[in-house]
Design a protein around this ligand. Structure first.
Ligand code: ATP
Ligand code: MG
Length: 449
């Protein structure tokens, strides 16, 4: 990370940053995306200042691979857009940023944020808070120092200049990186209040980096988890995905529960976990550890699979209640329960329609996987969601559900040739329960003649 720690002296003046010289750290241009370097270079050639900032600097210092590269500049979004013309698009309202695209890679360029309190008189001030103090818009521009202090955690507020290789630290991020701790910048209560999503970011970074939250950054989370109730469901959906595909979903889930945040994301799953029923806990934790394992081996993780598993315990509990107490058939209870569970979830986190369809398909296929007679097994195998549904079945068994070796049967069936498949179907135990014969429609009254 840092080569010569003894040389790091605190700046004499609190307005000037701690400067880490090129030969004092491990970041090399080779580790940085060409596109990000081009963006910084182009902005500088146009007379602006520009730095790499945020997660990429943090991860490079920790010898990790950045997920993406962010650039901060004194150019306004319009100036950035005209610098990159057709490659650039201004996006966001709450927080206007510019996406500069190079092929499949997008570099996010943000304009230095200022302190809204000092900028009230400025014509370009565009700052707006909800009644509860949540920042609705934060488009007041400032300089690099004010920008650093508007960021969330000290380790996310380090600026790297590719031009001379220096790192600028205005918030004490280097020291916290060395101590492997996560500290929110400024007054923790106020910063969580103005953007409650920072509590989720705290959980994500602490889990992913294996850092401890400083006590001042941690204690308000226990008290103010309910601030999350005021965040739009669409934003929470995005954050949920980031939390679960962080590569540390197991640690994330444990922390979300511990801080009382989970009930504002997945109230149904949270209740089921609190109920102490082992199957529910095992199923959810099997899902997160599978997710982490898949990401470690560079496999794709489907958001619908995560949702299908997080919502399975409340679905399961509801079906059980409808069957046992209201005497509904299993089929009707499933229909009823899935609609109820999904509509409750949508008031917490949104779920885009394409994912929602897949969630329902994974659930519906669970019943089909156990009906294998005749042509049914082959039809189920052809279903576009078969693979996800089969993985889900294995998850249920891993969580302790007794399904008479159904998972193993399907594992073999997939690998078998045509003859073996026919054989497997023939050998299925004959269902002892006779299906009730369909009665012909009695809509027409019988005539007596
Ligand atoms: P990663 O990309 O690895 O998830 P990151 O730290 O780069 O982590 P981004 O969401 O890409 O996170 O945001 C880039 C930077 O923008 C952050 O490092 C942080 O400095 C700042 N930032 C992002 N979200 C917030 C927020 N809600 N409040 C304050 N600053 C934020
Ligand atoms: Mg980033």
């Amino acid at each position: 990370m840092l080569k010569r720690l003894y040389k790091l002296l605190k700046p004499s003046n609190s307005n000037s940053p701690l400067i880490i010289q090129e030969n004092e750290h491990n970041i090399s241009e080779r580790d940085i995306s060409r596109s990000a370097l081009r963006v910084v270079d182009q902005l500088r050639k146009n007379g602006f200042v520009a730095y790499l900032v945020g997660g990429c600097v943090r991860d490079l210092l920790l010898d990790g691979t950045p997920k993406d590269f962010d650039v901060a500049t004194d150019a306004t979004p319009e100036q950035v857009k005209s610098t990159f013309s057709r490659n650039a698009r201004i996006i966001g309202r709450r927080f206007r940023i510019v996406h500069v695209r190079f092929g499949r890679e997008i570099i996010e360029v943000t304009t230095f944020r200022g302190n809204p309190a000092e900028a009230k008189t400025k014509a370009k001030a565009d700052h707006n808070q909800s009644e509860k103090g949540i920042l609705l818009r934060d488009n007041v521009y400032g300089d690099i120092k004010s920008d650093a202090l508007r960021r969330d955690f000290t380790v996310n507020a380090l600026y790297y200049s590719p031009e001379d290789g220096t790192i600028l630290d205005y918030a004490g991020g280097i020291e916290d990186l060395q101590k492997r701790q996560l500290r929110i910048i400024g007054d923790p209560n106020a910063r969580y209040k103005e953007d409650p999503v920072r509590m989720l970011r705290a959980v994500r970074f602490a889990s992913k980096l294996g850092f401890a939250l400083t006590p001042e950054s941690e204690s308000p989370i226990y008290k103010h988890a309910d601030y999350l109730a005021d965040i739009p469901a669409a934003r929470l959906f995005e954050e949920v995905l980031k939390l679960f595909i962080s590569g540390s979903a197991t640690a994330v889930l444990t922390k979300l529960r511990e801080y009382g945040l989970l009930k504002f994301l997945f109230p149904g799953a949270n209740n089921c976990l609190d109920s102490g029923i082992e199957y529910y806990e095992k199923l959810i934790f099997a899902m997160v550890s599978n997710t982490d394992r898949r990401l470690r081996s560079n496999k794709r993780v489907a958001p619908a699979f995560i949702y299908a598993a997080m919502l399975w315990p409340p679905l399961h509990a509801k079906i059980k209640e409808l069957v046992e107490e209201q005497k509904l058939s299993h089929h009707d209870a499933t229909q009823h329960a899935s609609t109820g569970v999904i509509s409750e979830q949508l008031s917490y986190t949104s779920i885009p329609k394409r994912f929602l369809i897949t969630v329902r398909e994974i659930w519906a296929l669970q019943q089909k996987l156990s009906r294998r007679e005749g042509k049914r097994a082959l039809q189920t195998l052809e279903h576009p969601r078969f693979r996800a549904a089969y993985d889900f079945l294995l998850l249920r068994e891993e969580a302790g559900e007794q399904l008479d070796g159904l998972g193993l049967w399907w594992t073999r069936f997939q690998d078998a040739d045509e003859g073996e498949r026919t054989d497997m179907i023939e050998k299925l135990p004959k269902s002892t329960k006779k299906r009730p014969r369909r009665r012909k429609s009695s809509a027409k009254p019988k005539s007596n003649d």
